[in-house]
Design a protein around this ligand. Structure first.
Ligand code: UD1
Length: 364
């Protein structure tokens, strides 16, 4: 009997990348799989609702690691996933993106010489102060099959000396979820429910340590957005990490700066699509807005997803107040750039991922 493939997911963006592969593998009985949830994200709003909306089956195993410092969380996932591999050896381990679960599970599998497949390989911000950059570098070094979402990734892996035969450009798997779920998302009318007129608001998301962990940086950003909300109302679904910091600051937003609970995937797509512009430090939202044709101000100094700036609708604004104001003016005046389609972000990436995975399994 063929051993199952382990598909590993731990944090919110992982679930959106996992789902399209699960949908495709359902129709390939020769490739049995199990879903391993590490438990990195555990709140219902950060985890279970995504499984429900994306029609994912319950995870076969939940390692329930919970939160902690970067190393604590990574170590706990490593230990528990290794324990699982000790009981049963899968035919391959597929990891997604750049979160701590991605790094820990690829390391545990590689140490046991179980083939590692990395979906979303090759992205680089060249900024090692981001935990995700370290996760990407280590995971790619350890992977046996590296599946890449955009051309920059191919270039980086080549420059790092990863053999070309291990690498394939497959496109962006998250866009498969977007393509499938968008019609349902637009039925939501999320903005109306939140008391804001569709097309007439800015959507804000903020959760990177570089923006939210330092109280000075966070309060400067909040003050700026509060002021800008007099020009255009802001909707701000607040990530749990950011919420804790905002509570510590005792921050009180003005009326048109709407701080709301984290939204589910359909509400997120609906809010993006119906917004005038998005301000975000999320990697996934840079990609989604590019596909949806919505202007995106990326609140970071760099991006590991340069195609969203080159072809898509994103502009890197960091936390430069003048640049943020100026870019918003451009959008409001209708002078902002229009994006172009991005190669292979076509809703069919999961099929290419499954084909590459099948080739790998036939070779070993
Ligand atoms: C993680 C990923 C980041 C990704 C983000 C999406 C890493 C290094 N970072 O960041 O790349 O963009 O997920 O959300 O893996 N918390 C809860 N409930 C939860 C989960 C977290 O309250 O369900 C709180 C905890 O207090 C925790 C904090 O949020 O300490 C941060 O969670 P963590 O998983 O460490 O990182 P994220 O900031 O979510």
């Amino acid at each position: 009997m063929t051993e199952p493939i382990y598909l590993v997911a731990g944090a919110r963006p992982n679930f959106i990348k996992l789902a399209p592969l699960v949908w495709v593998l359902h129709s390939r009985p020769s490739m049995p799989f199990q879903i391993i949830h590490t438990g990195q994200h555990y709140d219902r709003a950060m985890s279970q609702t995504f499984f429900e909306i994306l029609n994912l089956p319950e995870p076969d195993i939940n390692l329930e690691v919970g939160s902690g410092t970067q190393s604590f969380q990574t170590a706990r996932i490593l230990e528990r996933f290794d324990g699982l591999l000790d009981e049963k050896s899968p035919s391959a381990v597929v990891v997604f993106g750049d979160v701590n679960s991605t790094l820990a599970c690829s390391l545990a599998a590689a140490k046991r010489q179980i083939p590692v497949v990395h979906v979303e390989a090759g992205l680089r911000s060249f900024d090692r102060s981001m935990p995700e950059e370290i996760n990407r570098l280590v995971t790619d070094t350890l992977s046996d099959l590296l599946l890449v979402s955009e051309n920059s990734g191919m270039l980086h892996l080549h420059q790092e000396g990863i053999p070309d035969e291990k690498v394939r450009l497959v496109g962006n798997i998250m866009i498969d979820s977007l393509v499938r779920m968008q019609p349902k998302a637009l039925e939501r009318q999320t903005a109306v429910r939140l008391g804001v007129e569709p097309g007439q608001y800015a959507l804000l998301t903020l959760h990177r340590p570089s923006n939210v962990d330092d109280p000075g940086t966070l309060s400067r950003l909040l003050d700026l957005f509060a002021e800008l909300s007099q020009k255009i109302p802001f909707i701000f679904p607040v990530h749990p990490r950011t919420k804790k910091q905002i509570e510590t600051l005792g921050y009180m937003p003005p009326a048109d700066f709407h701080l709301v609970e984290p939204v589910d995937y359909l509400d997120s797509l609906c809010l993006q699509k119906q917004s005038k512009l998005v301000l975000t430090d999320s990697g996934g939202i840079q990609e989604e807005t590019s596909c949806l044709g919505i202007p995106c101000l990326t609140l970071r100094k760099n991006t590991e997803r340069p195609v969203t700036v080159e072809l898509g609708t994103s502009t890197i604004v960091g936390n430069d107040e003048a640049l943020i104001r100026e870019t918003i003016e451009q959008v409001l005046a209708g002078r902002y750039k229009q994006g172009q389609p991005i190669p292979l972000w076509d809703g069919h990436t999961a099929g290419r991922v499954a084909d590459s995975l099948q080739d790998l399994l036939q070779r070993i």
